[in-house]
Ligand binder design. Sequence first.
Ligand SMILES: Nc1ncnc2c1ncn2[C@@H]1O[C@H](COP(=O)(O)OP(=O)(O)OP(=O)(O)O)[C@@H](O)[C@H]1O
Ligand SMILES: O=C(O)[C@H](O)COP(=O)(O)O
Length: 395
Amino acid sequence: MAKKTIEDIEWQGKRALVRVDFNVPMNDAGEITDDTRIRAALPTITYLKEHGARVILMSHLGRPKGERNDKYSLRPVAEHLQGLLGEGHVSFVDDCIGEKVKEAVAALHEGDVLLLENVRFYAGEEKNRADLAEALAELGDVFVNDAFGTAHRAHASTAGVADYLPSVAGYLMEKEVGIMGEALASPKRPFVAIIGGAKVSDKIQVIENLLPKVDALLIGGGMANTFLAVQGYDMAKSLVEADALETAGKLLELAKQHGSRLLLPTDVIAAKAFAADAEHAVRQVNEIEADEMALDIGPDSIALYQKEIKSAKTVIWNGPMGVFEMPAFAKGTFAIAQAMVEADATTIVGGGDSVAAVEQAGVASKMSHVSTGGGASLEFLEGKALPGVEAIADK
Ligand SMILES: Nc1ncnc2c1ncn2[C@@H]1O[C@H](COP(=O)(O)OP(=O)(O)OP(=O)(O)O)[C@@H](O)[C@H]1O
Ligand SMILES: O=C(O)[C@H](O)COP(=O)(O)O
């Protein structure tokens, strides 16, 4: 990455103001149900501790709309982080700016960690207000951005603060941007992208950005229905986006122009209802019956997509192949995950639902990279500049 990183700073005694994405799922009892994002920030925190920095962590949690709300407090995260780090001291302060926070920072020893309260308790965070950014910046000597998951937001703690402090990337940010950036800029070929999910309209820009770069683009999920419909297939009761038909047609044209192969399912699992126990059968795409809907890709399509994936050298995946939340319609999604594991390729998974699927399949650790960003990884794949990355100083 052509950005400065934590290794470019002499940390001894310095205050590292680190933006992390600790926006983790919690249950009603306030327990963290998935700590992936916290664990993903540990390499940066550990490096800073070991190099004698005083580590001040800031994050958002949920969408408290600019007001203090205990439901969105980061206190449980501080306790969890203490457990993960094992040694040393992790403290928590129930605000993110002001005198109380300054005192907590002043009390830190080298190697200590302090987690600030949710930055979104201030409306200035999402508005990227300069007064909040400046007040946050007063707490540190150097700004470290390790919050890839929030890098698509131009907020006070992700971008604004960089106007007041030297800014560097943490290890997670470096890894996310490095591996996905490399795959998009100079992929080992064949380069195959798999795009799924509910709607074409959510992924138009991703497809537009990827088509000129990939050797093959495999389409699955609900969005495949709209592509099939525009080709004249009767998708019956399937989810088809009527107002995206024209766009789907244009994307098929674009694929031809770039000479990239855009593959659609040739068969589907067609069900009589959108329900876990619905009666269902394998149908070729020209054989879907009037009272059926396509809820997964079929066995021929799985075999076709697996072959493409296994002969690839770079594979990027975003969005499930079917309604994977229901076991009867999860086979396509899990088959893609398994083919990626078996491929001798750089394998990258980005986007909320596909990440959930690889975790459910127990194969997340077998991928080259599983992104911690949902919206951020989607915008990255769209080719957009991410404000949180832009704010980091160039090397
Ligand atoms: N054939 C289909 N018909 C209807 N819904 C489908 C179909 N295939 C997949 N889906 C649904 O699409 C949803 C996932 O789409 P979505 O675009 O929201 O996810 P994603 O691409 O992983 O992005 P995000 O990161 O926003 O979750 C899943 O809930 C899945 O059940
Ligand atoms: O979970 C995410 O995608 C990030 O933490 C960003 O959260 P947001 O969509 O509320 O900005």
